[in-house]
Design a protein around this ligand. Structure first.
Ligand code: NI
Length: 268
């Protein structure tokens, strides 16, 4: 089985609904259509389909089919929702409605496996085929901290050999990027999996305030006896948040130590 993902980029304003000419060619080289005019949301919608590619063409699904499906089901709906609800729009509700339309019309040999709506570069909403009534909400956070990789059970020489310059006695720093994903059915009243202000407050209280601008080994309880590798940082952040994000549940924690190194933990 192969998974194929296609992203469409589009802007909407309240006047787009009913006025979208789907046959109009894209005129910018970054593939955004409708493109932004003035101050309007710029959104990215990613559809993943799954299946076996056609042995002759090598195609699982022609991407122009996906482009058409995504634009037709997303642009008028987002514009209508913005017109009706303004900034109170439920992104979860919008995504669920797009999912229903796109999943219904996907080619039988390439069913929809996942649909992700990126509201900002740091905030995204995803539905996966296995649990179509649930929405995954992912938000990124940042903190800066120092650490030293060192195991007291190992000799100084073994520590140096294992961790290299990461074993420097006074430590070194990173700007950590953390992506927290929570999951759940949207609340029928608010339309939210977890209201964003609450989500951000929980992560600030439980994670950022605890770790930001700290020497992890010396200044935090969590790493007093735990080596602060990026793997362990992901696990510790999971432990700090699990059980705190009700009515949603914690789905995944990803931590980037650098843009080239990251770890993720999803419990167990
Ligand atoms: Ni390091």
């Amino acid at each position: 089985m192969v998974r194929l993902t296609r992203e469409v980029r589009f802007s909407v304003d309240r006047d787009w609904a009913g006025h979208v000419e789907f046959t109009r060619p894209i005129t910018n080289s970054w593939g955004g259509w409708p493109s932004a005019v003035g101050l309007v949301p710029y959104l990215q919608l990613r559809a993943t389909v799954v299946g076996r590619p056609d042995p002759r063409t090598g195609y699982l699904c022609n991407i122009s089919v996906l482009d058409d499906l995504l634009r037709r089901h997303a642009i008028p709906l987002v514009a209508d929702e913005l017109r009706a609800h303004g900034w109170r729009v439920s992104v979860e509700h919008v995504l669920q409605t797009i999912w229903q339309g796109v999943a219904r019309e996907c080619p039988p040999q390439a069913p929809l496996a996942a649909l992700e709506l990126r509201a900002t570069p740091h905030l995204s909403y995803t539905i996966e085929r296995e649990h179509p009534t649930m929405v995954l909400l992912s938000q990124q956070f940042e903190f800066s901290a120092a650490h030293r990789l060192h195991c007291p059970d190992l000799s100084d020489e073994e520590n140096r050999r294992t961790f290299g310059k990461c074993n420097n006695p006074r430590g070194h720093g990173h700007n950590y990027l953390v992506e927290i994903t929570v999951a759940g059915p949207p609340d029928p009243r608010t339309g939210a999996v977890l209201p964003l202000p609450r989500f951000e407050q929980i992560v600030k209280d439980q994670v950022v305030d605890r770790l930001d601008h700290k020497h992890l080994n010396d200044d935090t309880e969590e790493f007093r006896t735990v080596n602060p590798s990026v793997e362990n940082i992901a696990r510790v952040i999971w432990d700090l948040l699990v059980g705190q994000v009700a009515p949603a549940r914690l789905h995944r924690v990803r931590v980037w130590e650098t843009p080239k190194t990251w770890a993720e933990y999803a419990g167990a």
